[in-house]
Design a protein around this ligand. Structure first.
Ligand code: 3PG
Length: 217
């Protein structure tokens, strides 16, 4: 198990883009992470969407200690606990269930970035003491306009919009005062990962890193 190096806010503001990774082969994990780091991207979301995801987290925690590892697609307290034990620094969830809320209230294994898409979900999560959120699915749930609308009633909420973000629209999100960073899968296209095109992935990461310097909380 690895201790968080940073607060969740600090992890969200290390760079403008957090890559959302779906890794099918354990052997791809270290070269992929190193390619992203070489492009200036240090915070990586490893989604729990493949059977090897926990092994990938374990391996990255051991082999690429400079990476900040977010375990993504956490939907249960059991996955949250397991990802923490595998070495993840933070958890990311597409939403927030009563069971995850209850686990949060009773002492979380590691900080969680839960997904919200409505004012009520945001209020429920804020009531549990949270102020950092994944806005998911960002484009489909109202995009930039929704985040602008959230800012006035919820000025303390800080977001990482994810879902439908691309190099074409990332900047419009990053310009918002309540956006710390964006998440997206475009930094690690599956064809490039399968083909081992690590230089290409480094170039994508470099381009993403220069999108904009994020705000500091
Ligand atoms: C996520 O899980 O955060 C999203 O599926 C990533 O969405 P994208 O593929 O549109 O970037």
């Amino acid at each position: 198990m690895t201790r968080p190096l940073l607060s969740l806010e600090q992890a969200m503001t290390l760079g403008p883009v957090i890559p959302v990774l779906v890794i099918d082969r354990v052997d791809d994990a270290v070269p992929l992470a190193r390619a992203l780091l070489a492009g200036g991207v240090n915070t990586l979301e490893v989604t729990l969407r493949t059977p090897v995801a926990m092994d990938v987290i374990r391996l990255l925690a051991a082999e690429v200690p400079q990476a900040v590892i977010l375990a993504g697609t956490i939907t249960t307290p059991e996955q949250w606990e397991a990802a923490h034990h595998a070495g993840a620094h933070f958890g990311v969830s597409p939403g927030l269930t009563p069971r995850l809320l209850s686990a949060l209230r009773s002492g979380s294994p590691m900080p969680l970035l839960p997904g919200v898409a409505t004012a009520s979900e945001l209020m429920t999560a804020m009531d549990a003491g949270l102020h950092c959120f994944k806005f998911f699915p960002a484009q489909q749930a109202g995009g930039v306009g929704m985040l602008k609308a959230f800012h006035s009633p919820f000025p303390d909420a800080l977001f990482c919009p994810t879902g439908g973000i691309s190099p074409d629209n990332a900047r419009t999100y990053l310009d918002l005062p309540n956006v710390a960073c964006v998440g997206g899968s475009w930094l690690a296209p599956s064809a490039a990962v399968k083909a081992g095109q690590w230089d290409h992935i480094t170039a994508l990461a470099q381009a993403a890193s220069t999108l904009m310097q994020p705000m500091q909380c």
